[in-house]
Design a protein around this ligand. Structure first.
Ligand code: HAM
Length: 419
């Protein structure tokens, strides 16, 4: 019979790994909360038009990566390939409920892109993202980048580079576009077929081409930062000054463009040398025109998203403090079992992760199970112990043993095993 395995590019997350994800998710909640962000959840399925309009018709995502299908009523719907468009849609849909600007949201959840799966690249992947809507001040850019930098520091990931660039705005983008066309126009024969198409539709995309032959040509292409209008130039400088004032290191990456078309002014990526080809762990930027493009009033915004799978690959083992089993109870015989079974319930209600062995099983077998479950402590209650009114608590790491009075078992155990 055909095996019903998961689809290519879709992955199960199993215990062992899933606890690490929970640990990161809880660090996200604490950090993003402190930086003033509130959680938002938007649907995974949206109208296709939301993404084509926001991400851009000529991007790889919209051209060839979206999971789009007809809903039962015949209307095209898409599994979200990213979170920003949905957050902006939700912001506009519930605008009347949002009293104070800027509105600061964060989210964690699955995204879907039909890419060629490889290490660090999946078809269902997970992002943690943050969006600030309603503030143009460059200080917001700095605050957002400080959150991103601090978060990685907090979870123990170092060796990251913050690369920044400015992509300009509706005023300075057209002359920059023209400068790029002027430069690439003389080299169309050498550029790949895709880039020849990009040349007319969206020449900035050529800077993002992964083909070696195109990459060689882009090295000397004009840089957007040299074509900024006065306002964008001042903004970019203020962002750099703000980062320096917080002592946050960064490099200017003059050809950094993003795979989505909504960006204006500041664009950035957090990159690493430790992930092979998929070197961006997080990325984002300003998108001052998107709210308006989706039907709202002109409202500036900025955000980022990081890829959980890539982040997990970088997480140092020693920093993962997920909860193993704290206590395994070994009852030997029915009387012992009856005595400790209610204690198991009490322990769990005190948030102590505990399990119990089968009372009919031999000591050796139960100890083996405790080992398999990686229990930090084992509580042994046998016939002899019952007679003496005492149980034995063993620290599985140090092998030290202490006796605990049966009449005061719960408190006695807690006093010993609580860190
Ligand atoms: P993005 O650069 O498309 O931006 O994705 C952000 C991050 O998601 C990437 O840096 C990467 O870590 C992860 N990622 C993307 N595609 C995959 C994949 N196929 N497999 C695994 N990880 C992946 C955005 O999505 C924007 N919405 C970011 C943003 C928020 N800009 C403003 N606000």
């Amino acid at each position: 019979m055909e095996k019903l395995n998961a689809l290519k590019g879709f992955k199960d997350l199993l215990p062992g790994e899933s606890e690490k994800w929970e640990w990161v998710a809880s660090a996200v909640r604490k950090t993003f909360h402190a930086f003033g962000f509130s959680p938002i959840r938007t649907p995974i399925l949206e109208r296709t038009r939301l993404f084509t309009r926001s991400i851009g018709e000529t991007t790889d995502i919209v051209e060839k990566e979206m999971y789009t299908f007809e809903d039962w009523d015949g209307k095209p719907v898409t599994l979200r390939p990213e979170g920003t468009a949905s957050v902006v849609r939700a912001f506009l849909e519930h605008r009347h409920q949002i009293l104070a600007l800027p509105a600061k949201f964060y989210y964690q959840g699955p995204m879907f892109r039909h890419e060629r799966p490889q290490a660090g690249r999946l078809r269902q992947f997970h992002q943690v993202g943050a969006e600030i809507i309603g503030e143009i001040d460059p200080e917001q850019d700095v605050e957002l980048l400080s959150l991103l930098s601090y978060f990685f520091q907090r979870i123990g990931i170092s060796d990251l580079t913050l690369e920044i660039n400015s992509l300009g705005c509706t005023v300075c983008r057209p002359p920059y576009r023209a400068a790029l066309q002027g430069y690439f126009g003389a080299q169309l024969d050498t550029l790949c077929e895709d880039c020849n198409r990009r040349f007319h539709q969206n020449p900035l995309r050529i800077l993002d081409c992964k083909k070696e032959s195109c990459k060689a040509i882009t090295t000397d292409a004009p840089a957007s930062a040299n074509h900024l209008c006065q306002e964008c130039d001042a903004h970019f400088k203020a962002v750099q000054e703000g980062l320096s004032s917080l002592k946050l290191p960064f490099v200017i990456s003059k050809h950094l463009v993003r795979g989505l078309d909504y960006y204006t002014k500041t664009a950035f990526e957090m990159t690493t040398q430790n992930l092979g080809a998929q070197n961006a762990v997080a990325a984002g930027g300003r998108y001052d025109g998107l709210v308006e493009a989706l039907g709202g009033a002109s409202t500036p915004a900025i955000g980022f998203a990081m890829g959980m799978e890539r982040l997990m690959q970088l997480l140092p083992e020693s920093d993962i403090r997920y909860s193993a089993l704290q206590l395994f109870i070994v009852p030997l015989g029915e009387a012992a079992h009856q005595h400790v079974f209610p204690v198991l319930y009490d322990l769990r209600r005190k948030n102590i992760r505990s399990e119990i062995g089968k009372s009919g099983a031999a000591l050796k077998k139960q100890m083996k199970q405790a080992d398999r479950l990686n229990a930090a402590f084992v509580l042994i209650v046998g016939e002899q112990e019952m007679e003496m009114g005492k149980a034995v608590l063993r620290n599985m790491k140090t092998k030290e043993q202490v006796e605990i009075e049966l009449f005061n078992l719960l408190e006695g155990v807690i006093a010993q095993i609580s860190p």
